[in-house]
Design a protein around this ligand. Sequence first.
Ligand SMILES: CC(C)(COP(=O)(O)OP(=O)(O)OC[C@H]1O[C@@H](n2cnc3c(N)ncnc32)[C@H](O)[C@@H]1OP(=O)(O)O)[C@@H](O)C(=O)NCCC(=O)NCCS
Length: 190
Amino acid sequence: MLYFADYEPDAHGVPLPELAVRRADPADLPVCAALMAEREGDDQAAWLDRLQFWSAAGQQLFVAELGGRVIGCARLSWLTPGAEGGRNAPDGWYLNGIVVARGFRRRGLGRALTLARCRWVWEQGGRVYFVVNARNRASIDLHREVGFRELTRDFVVPGVTFTGGEGILFSADASGQGQQVTELRVRAAG
Ligand SMILES: CC(C)(COP(=O)(O)OP(=O)(O)OC[C@H]1O[C@@H](n2cnc3c(N)ncnc32)[C@H](O)[C@@H]1OP(=O)(O)O)[C@@H](O)C(=O)NCCC(=O)NCCS
């Protein structure tokens, strides 16, 4: 099953001005599980179990909400690929699991969730990593805009596979040009 957004580079969205992004609390986990289940086709209870387990293990979960309703979520995980049999992928914070409810795509949620997670890492002085299927062009454009640059396609992160395509490892630090572009956009929108 291919569960990427259709790639529409010419259809620019209008960001939702009243959007809020914050760290999740335990009460958010069921709706995040529903979003993950909608995207990946597994059942919600299984996703809730996974999210609870990952939260307890230190994974960071962020949500985007509109008028108090959670309509997008995204995770951030500390990975140690080398110690687990991986190759060419550094230890560090990796973005993963971003999903925006279908009816709210192209309204700036993905960008806001990605920037919030990056800032969380950058404030600690770190670099952020991100792996993606090379066919997921919507996600790649989004992350490039925030400042991610390709590191390599020759890597292994244990447990991560790329259905029907190769993977790309990206990284971004706080000095990224894309971050400045996004700041300008945010200021212009305000
Ligand atoms: C990828 C995804 C998270 C993007 O979320 P979103 O809220 O729709 O994205 P945004 O509105 O913040 O888009 C920001 C920028 O990303 C790029 N982008 C986002 N969706 C795009 C699409 N479908 N086609 C082309 N570019 C896209 C654009 O540059 C966009 O800016 P613009 O609208 O001004 O042109 C969303 O489509 C999704 O949930 N997809 C399914 C899950 C998935 O693929 N997750 C990523 C796994 S790595």
